[in-house]
Design a protein. Structure first.
Length: 419
């Protein structure tokens, strides 16, 4: 307990279980520390404007499978959930997901800030991409309402700390700790534990496509361009196991964007699943897939930082023309991977891999590690230290009325608010 004999009450409020590893180490440390009283709460979510809030059952199932005791706020009216959350009287509420439109209205940061301190640990491992026309750190990483009203923000990148200094609140509440997400990935890969969904014997490839198909938002996703080629590639390489790891909203965006009809996607999935050397792992432990993969193919963003850091090997990055530009640390991550721009180039890299293995990118990965892990293996401990110090200092709640900067999501030309 602290000097006043009060256990620090902490709630981990989560629906983005796909990135629970951004919070898991912090949760474990606090759970084992009698200075803290810890609870985890699962809530519904949505990822598109035309969806209803749902899938709390999936969040709860994930937490149960991970051995995490939790309360289930599977409520249609989030006002009831907010009342239950207030009854818990948390000193801090941890979140790992900044996009407020994906929360039911009464779990959004404006409501939380009225009675508790929000602690934000980003779900992504590294801030690798900028908005077009921006230099330095892209505004959506530090000017969303979640960034503005959090009592404490924990980040991986000194460039992001510096960016917060440009805002009305400054960066006194922003702490460079590194991310527990990368620490956990490194640890999982080093453990050697894998969870491969196909029979053993073959070489193993993971294919991880991103969800963004438009120049209006990221524009990294290459699935529409290469899906047919990947299917043919899998058919002609029966000596290779290929596990498809789609971004959680990739298939939904594929249909919503008009890139594929539901029938076309269903037909492709039927063909993919009919092969004996293919599988889909939508939400398993990515660390276990990292550890299992002999070669990792992605057009995504976070993986080109995470995979080299966790494995010491380059990923094969299928780079789309006219994707959004790299941030400063994104340029470093980009250099740590093999780049291909069409399927012919990928097949050439694959044949070279079969004959010689992956090329040596150790120097580039060392540069990335220096930039991305300010305190290797210690991020969660650093976060707990900040919470303890903040509690002892009795810092006040954030007053939403004192934050007058326009939130990123409310600026003209950004991705539109849904409400």
């Amino acid at each position: 307990m602290n000097s006043a004999g009060h256990r620090i009450k902490v709630v981990f409020l989560t629906f983005y279980f796909e990135a629970w590893d951004a919070l898991a180490d912090v949760h474990s440390l606090m759970l084992a520390d009698d200075r803290f009283e810890v609870k985890v709460v699962s809530i519904p979510r949505r990822f598109r404007a035309d969806e209803a809030f749902a899938n709390e059952d999936k969040v709860s199932e994930f937490l149960s499978n991970a051995g995490v005791e939790h309360l289930r706020f599977n409520l249609d009216d989030s006002l009831d959930g907010l009342a239950k959350l207030r009854e818990l009287a948390p000193d801090y509420v941890f979140i790992n997901y900044p996009w407020q439109r994906n929360y039911q209205p009464n779990y959004r940061v404006e409501k939380l800030a009225e009675f508790t301190k929000v602690a934000y640990v980003p779900y992504y491992s590294l801030a690798l991409v900028n908005e077009p026309g921006e230099a330095g750190v892209t505004p959506y990483l530090y000017t969303q309402r979640s960034n503005q009203l959090a009592a404490l923000v924990f980040t991986q990148d000194p460039n992001t700390v510096a960016a917060y200094a440009k805002t009305g609140r400054g960066n006194g509440y922003v702490h460079l700790t590194g991310t527990p997400k990368i620490d956990a990935l490194v640890r999982k890969v080093q453990s050697g534990e894998t969870n491969w969904p196909l029979p053993g014997g073959n070489r193993r490839m993971v294919w991880a496509p991103h969800h963004s198909f438009s120049e209006d938002w990221f524009n990294f996703g290459m699935f529409p361009e290469i899906a047919h080629d990947m299917l043919q590639f899998a058919r002609s390489h029966q000596e290779l196991d290929i596990v498809l790891r789609p971004h959680p909203i990739m298939f939904g965006n594929l249909v919503a964007s008009g890139m594929r009809t539901e029938a076309e996607l269903a037909s492709w999935l039927t063909d993919w699943n009919s092969l004996t050397n293919t599988a889909i792992d939508a939400d398993g432990d990515i660390g276990a897939l990292f550890a299992a993969a002999d070669i990792f193919l992605t057009d995504g963003i976070s993986f080109i930082g995470e995979y080299p850091l966790a494995t010491g090997k380059p990923a094969v990055f299928f780079e789309k023309q006219n994707h959004w530009p790299w941030s400063p640390i994104g340029k470093i991550a980009s250099r740590a991977n093999i780049h291909v721009h069409n399927f012919v180039e990928f097949e050439e890299v694959f044949e070279d891999f079969l004959e010689h293995g992956l090329p040596d990118f150790s120097a580039e990965i060392a540069e990335l590690r220096k930039a991305a892990q300010p305190f290797p293996g210690e991020a969660a401990e650093k976060i707990v230290e900040v919470i303890l110090k903040d509690f002892e200092l009795k810092t006040p709640l954030v007053n939403p009325a004192s934050v007058t900067d326009v939130a990123w999501e409310n600026r003209p030309g950004t991705e539109p608010s849904w409400d």
